[in-house]
Design a protein around this ligand. Structure first.
Ligand code: NDP
Length: 388
């Protein structure tokens, strides 16, 4: 199938032959094409961040399955003006995270869904451009939840001041922020790994999984990662120091996982659900712990999955093996004081080289929708942030 891709810099359409092997890849290609098309509609000059306009990505339509070209819309508005007690923030980096897919649904959850027409939710590292807000100076970098846009006003509530020259500012969206803290708290508070035990984690090259595995190694465990593809698995073993990493796309995935866990599994840190969960279930040891952090393989479901009903196997295993299963949402489930412990420990582990961090930087807010889809289907590699 042929798609026309408009190239704003060259000013004409490039005809490219895309091999569209699946519906998923169709929407990924289509998403990228539409983002490029936006650049024609609003002009190339508007696509890069400018001081006099504010680009905002809004939720235009609730997706059924993977987000498509109608889901998110790029709009241009005026830069807001700050009043008393407010500051104007200019986004430097936007974090992309799996939870964003859930916020597109109008369903009961731990957080309100994004409303239609509203700016897509998201954590950012931003720079203070002007301020009438106590505790923040012009030029400070901050961690804020101002979403997918160039500029935002803030009253400073819930905003963390990172100072005017933080090292690696984007890391506060990853290893020193929400994903890193999720791994730390979920593993240590719920998983409670003991030396010599076996810990299994999927999405093992992503920010949460990679951190879970490295902390478990520091705690003296055998760590088995699960990731999609040979490159990710090689990275997980060679650079992150996991004992083994199994490709969940391999035909004999379950057998390989069993071979990598000769003493069974004591902690399964649940990130993905689906066939990974079903493969781990028979390997769980008595009194295993399962922190339920996420089930990303199911986030795009629009109904019940096809295939056998695993309900009896899941509940039967939990009962017979006396498994402790506990779901958590990072900023609701743990005492606030734990965050300080996390920053202390993680800073030390990063400084001493005990923990390694991989980041994938995507250039341009206009490329964020396609990059979110990459994340949801496993085409990202490392913590994905958008340099706005
Ligand atoms: P990642 O950057 O690791 O991205 C998700 C990864 O999941 C993909 O890269 C892919 O990795 C894997 N994946 C996607 N589909 C499948 C599938 N069908 N089968 C197996 N693996 C799949 O995400 P994060 O590290 O940011 O988050 C990991 C999990 O933690 C998510 O479920 C997220 O929702 C959850 N989370 C929960 C929080 C909480 O408070 N409870 C807070 C933060 C995150 P691969 O290619 O290797 O398969």
């Amino acid at each position: 199938m042929y798609l026309n891709v408009y190239c704003p810099r060259l000013g004409f359409y490039i005809y490219k032959n895309f091999m569209l092997t699946s519906k998923l890849s169709f929407w990924q290609c289509e998403g990228k094409r539409m983002m490029l098309y936006f650049s024609k509609l609003i002009g190339d000059n508007e696509m890069s961040q400018k001081i006099d306009t504010n680009r905002r990505v809004v939720l235009a339509e609730r997706p059924n399955g993977l987000p498509n070209k109608n889901t998110l819309k790029l709009e241009v508005s005026e830069v807001p003006t700050s009043g008393m007690g407010e500051m104007l923030l200019q986004t430097s980096y936007l974090s992309l995270d799996p939870y964003m897919r859930g916020r597109m649904n109008d369903t009961k959850s731990y957080a309100e869904p994004v409303k239609l027409g509203e700016v897509m939710t998201g954590q950012v590292v931003a720079k203070v451009i002007s301020t009438k807000c106590d505790g923040f100076d012009k030029g400070d970098y901050v961690l804020a939840s101002s979403g997918w846009q160039d500029y935002a006003l803030s009253d400073g509530v819930g905003v963390r001041n990172l100072g005017n020259s933080p090292d690696n500012p984007s890391w506060f969206l990853g290893i020193l922020g929400m994903p890193g803290y999720t791994a730390y708290a979920g593993l240590l508070q719920i998983g409670k790994p003991k030396p010599g035990e076996t810990v299994v984690v999927a999405a093992a090259s992503g920010p949460v999984g990679a951190t879970v595995g490295q902390i478990a190694r520091i705690k003296g465990c055998r760590v088995v990662g699960i990731a999609g593809g040979a490159d990710k698995c090689a990275h997980v073993v060679e650079n992150l120091g996991f004992d083994a990493c199994i490709d969940h796309r391999a035909e004999d995935f379950s057998e390989q996982l069993k071979a990598a866990c000769p003493k069974g599994v004591d902690v399964y840190f649940e990130n993905v659900g689906g066939k990974v969960l079903y493969a781990v279930l028979p390997l769980l040891n008595a009194f295993a712990r399962m922190p339920v952090c996420g089930v990303v393989s199911w986030y795009n479901l629009s109904g019940l999955p096809e295939g056998p009903d695993f309900g009896p196997a899941i509940m039967g295993t939990i009962l017979r093996m006396k498994v402790k299963v506990e779901g958590f949402i990072i900023f609701d489930s743990f005492p606030q004081s734990l965050f300080k412990d996390f920053i202390r420990d993680m800073s030390e582990w990063l400084a001493s080289g005990k923990i390694h961090y991989k980041e994938q930087v995507v250039e341009g807010l206009e490329n964020a929708p396609a990059a979110l889809n990459d994340l949801l289907v496993g085409d990202s590699f490392g913590k994905i942030v958008v340099k706005v």
